[in-house]
Ligand binder design. Structure first.
Ligand SMILES: [Zn+2]
Ligand SMILES: [Zn+2]
Length: 160
C-alpha cells in the first residue's frame, strides 16, 4: 500500500491506471516504479533488479518486465529499442535525440529542437503520434581513437 510520503504524481498516475484496468495494485509494482523514479536517464531491467535487491526486495525479472510493460502502457515510461543492447527505458516526459555508438553501444542525449518542430508540424494519415524518439547512429570519440590507432598500427606493420 502507498503511504502519504510516497504520493508522487507518478505513483498516483500509475494507481489510477491500474484501477481503470482493474489490475492488481501489488506492492512490487509500486516498488518498481519507485526505483524507476530514482533512475536518471536510461535504465534497463538489470539496473532495476539491482536496485531492488539493494533494498531487500526480491522481484523476478518476469515481474520487472511485466511491470515495465504496464508503466509503458500507462504513459509514464517509454521503451527504447536500440539495436545495440537489451531494451532500455526512460521516463516519458523526456524529449531528446539519442546519439548511439555502433561500436560500444554508448548512448548520449542531445536536444535538437528542429526535430521536435518538424514532427509536431507533420500530419500522418491514419496515425496519431504519441511521442518522438530519434536516434543518430555513429561512432563515439573513444571508439574512433581506438580504431585510428589500430589502423596506424596496421600500416606500420605492413611497411616492415
Ligand atoms: Zn563507442
Ligand atoms: Zn533518452
Amino acid at each position: 500500500m502507498l503511504n502519504t510520503a510516497d504520493n508522487t504524481p507518478e505513483l498516483q498516475k500509475f494507481m489510477a491506471y491500474l484501477n481503470s484496468r482493474h489490475l492488481r495494485k501489488t506492492p512490487e509494482r509500486f516498488e518498481i516504479l519507485r526505483k524507476v523514479l530514482e533512475c536518471n536517464g536510461h535504465f534497463d531491467a538489470d539496473i532495476l533488479s539491482h536496485k531492488l535487491e539493494e533494498t531487500g526486495y526480491h522481484v523476478s525479472k518476469a515481474t520487472i518486465y511485466s511491470t515495465l510493460e504496464l508503466l509503458c502502457a500507462s504513459g509514464l515510461v517509454r521503451k527504447l529499442l536500440f539495436d545495440t543492447h537489451q531494451a532500455r527505458y526512460e521516463m516519458a516526459e523526456q524529449t531528446h535525440t539519442h546519439l548511439v555508438c555502433t561500436m560500444c553501444g554508448e548512448i548520449r542525449e542531445v536536444n535538437l529542437d528542429i526535430i521536435d518542430t518538424c514532427i509536431s508540424a507533420a500530419l500522418f494519415e491514419g496515425f496519431s503520434p504519441a511521442y518522438v524518439s530519434t536516434c543518430i547512429y555513429g561512432i563515439c570519440d573513444k571508439c574512433r581513437e581506438k580504431t585510428d590507432s589500430r589502423i596506424k598500427g596496421d600500416s606500420r606493420s605492413a611497411e616492415q
